[in-house]
Design a protein around this ligand. Sequence first.
Ligand SMILES: Nc1c(NC[C@H](O)[C@H](O)[C@H](O)CO)[nH]c(=O)[nH]c1=O
Ligand SMILES: CC(=O)[C@@H](O)COP(=O)(O)O
Length: 173
Amino acid sequence: MATAGKNLSEYDKNELPDSSELRVGIVVSEWNDDITENLFKGAYETLLDCGVDEERIFRMNVPGSFELIYGCSQMQKSTYPMKERNLKKQLDVIIAIGSVIRGETAHFDFVCQGVTQGIKDLNLNSTNIPVVFCVLTDDTHEQSVARSGGVHGNKGSEAAVVAIKMGNLKMSI
Ligand SMILES: Nc1c(NC[C@H](O)[C@H](O)[C@H](O)CO)[nH]c(=O)[nH]c1=O
Ligand SMILES: CC(=O)[C@@H](O)COP(=O)(O)O
């Protein structure tokens, strides 16, 4: 089923595990920030709605989607923000938020391939901290608007639900 056949914002929080102890990192790309800020808003609000403590949500900004790889990698290894708040050292899950929109050249393809492969690789490294892929890869700005709080819902909300499931999975292992 394509996105057009579902609402990205639909979820039943009663079907989700308790997330009051979950520690969530969110790395946000600044390219197309009208889109990525809406994705972040959707993710943040959904996390809070599902019981995640706002003091356990840590945000980092990066210039573009390609830099999501570096930002998420640093978050996987970092203990700083948690120590500052006397929390256990590591995060339980990270959400990578980006918006890639096709332009005139093949650069779109390389950015999309690069960030997809990079985030895939981060899910295979030894930190065992899952990274959720919340990167829109659209042909038009209108498609991005529709998927970041528009007619198809908000992929940020979908990513938050995935993060809750994967973060609890990681905690249970
Ligand atoms: N065109 C888009 C980009 N391009 C920038 C790259 O992500 C990267 O920052 C640059 O190549 C320097 O390393 N990024 C997006 O997130 N979205 C785009 O549409
Ligand atoms: C995804 C991109 O890098 C793209 O938006 C850049 O636009 P262009 O291909 O016209 O340089």
